[in-house]
Design a protein around this ligand. Structure first.
Ligand SMILES: Nc1ncnc2c1ncn2[C@@H]1O[C@H](COP(=O)(O)OP(=O)(O)OP(=O)(O)O)[C@@H](O)[C@H]1O
Ligand SMILES: [Mg+2]
Length: 246
């Protein structure tokens, strides 16, 4: 069973400490929700796990199956099985969606011998499932994509790259009701005992179809509370003041 182990992780940008002593373990087959107010550090945690160069890790470790990721570049982390679906995916002008996916796929799975035809077939099949029509294949990555189309493309990347650990940063934001259903279906279909999920979200909506066993609340860069799904239900009713102790 794969394990993602985050231990006492602290990180900063310049002299601003954004993550303080964050610990969490995600095992294969587990779904974790990460919640917290705006600016708490949730996306920062995703970036730091992925190895974004803007953030300086000041202490702690991040291991997949016992292998340290800190110090590794994002490509190496992807190869180790980590995947982040961005809250705000950026456009990559001049790079076709299909080229982007194929390049990423070859980087993550260098030893798999999938023919171009097999790759395209698989890609098209999943594009249908996330509701992106085939004209997107030759468009530049996220260039002129609507907010919802960008989110659908993030899920397409997830199913094509088949990571061991998936971080979904507000995948539900900006999705219409039908897209939300499609995305939830893709996630559910991909979910198995060999994959662990960390779902960053503000709402129960996506979690309604996907029940997390663990809920973590991040506040001011620190873990403020951890427990089961009853926490997220209470947040929806009452907000965060009861956790802040106000
Ligand atoms: N490069 C940076 N320079 C300065 N501050 C930064 C930088 N990156 C992030 N921050 C700050 O770190 C804090 C945490 O940001 P982050 O995006 O992780 O929040 P979040 O929990 O994802 O919030 P939201 O729910 O709004 O998405 C914010 O106050 C943000 O302004
Ligand atoms: Mg965020």
């Amino acid at each position: 069973m794969p394990t993602l182990e985050i231990r006492n992780l602290s990180a900063r940008v310049e002299d601003k400490q954004l993550l303080k002593d964050v610990s969490m373990t995600v095992n294969g087959g587990e779904i974790h929700a990460l919640m917290g107010p705006n600016g708490a550090g949730k996306s920062t945690l995703g970036y730091v796990l992925m190895g974004h160069p803007n953030y300086e890790v000041t202490s702690g470790s991040v291991k997949i199956d016992g292998k340290e990721l800190i110090g590794k570049n994002p490509e190496e982390r992807a190869k180790a099985g980590l995947f982040l679906a961005f809250q705000n995916p950026v456009a990559v002008q001049g790079v076709k969606l299909s080229t982007f996916l194929r390049t990423a796929y070859n980087q993550v799975h260098p030893n798999e011998k999938l023919t171009i035809q097999e790759f395209y077939d698989r890609m098209k099949q999943h594009m249908k499932k996330v509701g992106l029509d085939e004209s997107f294949i030759s468009r530049s990555v996220n260039d002129g994509f609507s907010g919802g189309e960008r989110k659908r493309f993030e899920i397409l990347q997830m199913v094509m790259l088949r990571p061991k650990f998936v971080i979904l940063d507000e995948i539900d934001s900006g999705l219409d009701v039908d897209a939300l259903k499609m995305v939830a279906e893709e996630i559910k279909e991909y979910y198995n005992q060999e994959v662990g999920f960390l779902i960053i979200t503000h709402y129960q909506r996506i979690l309604k179809n996907i029940e997390p066993q663990f809920v973590h609340i991040l506040m001011n860069g620190k873990m403020a509370m951890e427990g089961d799904n009853s926490i997220s239900l209470r947040i929806e009713e009452e907000g965060y003041d009861w956790i802040r102790g106000v």
